[in-house]
Write a protein that binds this ligand. Structure first.
Ligand SMILES: [Cu+2]
Length: 143
């Protein structure tokens, strides 16, 4: 009876060691597997207006070119003004013959700073997202 009891007591230590080993192994597998999994992530290669750019007048739309095909239902661009009001026309869409371009139309915007938020779901179901700003000086429309 006592022997069984102490066996059980000893056995309680083992799961912890097993658990640590599994965690370590899982981490190693994740690190090794990462490059293969992330290959198809869609990242922006160019945008119009460009990241951090200053433009004279309100651009008709924001366009972002990606390095991979996008899943239209879950890929979006939204544009906010400096007081965090959404200013785009809400018609964010995937375009381009190969489905790698994301764009949204803009109304005629006043001079100011704007922030573009983008989210892209690639065909391998991985989501990438980010944001950037551009500034409209409004010089061309000031009279
Ligand atoms: Cu991916």
């Amino acid at each position: 009876m006592d022997a069984v009891g102490s066996d059980r007591a000893n056995f309680k230590v083992n799961p912890l060691i097993v658990f640590r080993s599994v965690v370590l192994l899982a981490s190693l597998v994740a690190i090794v597997a990462l490059p293969a999994i992330s290959e198809e992530h869609a990242f922006p290669v160019h945008s119009e207006p460009r990241v951090g750019w200053t433009v004279a007048s309100s651009p008709p739309k924001v366009t972002i070119w990606f390095d991979g095909e996008l899943e239209p239902a879950f890929s979006t661009i939204t544009v906010y003004n400096s007081v965090k009001q959404q200013v785009d026309k809400g018609n964010s869409r995937v375009t381009g013959s190969d489905g790698t371009v994301l764009e949204v139309d803009l109304p005629n915007l006043a001079a100011g700073s704007y922030r573009v938020f983008w989210k892209a779901l690639s065909k391998d179901t991985h989501i990438t997202e980010g944001d950037f700003t551009f500034t409209i000086t409004g010089r061309s429309s000031e009279r």
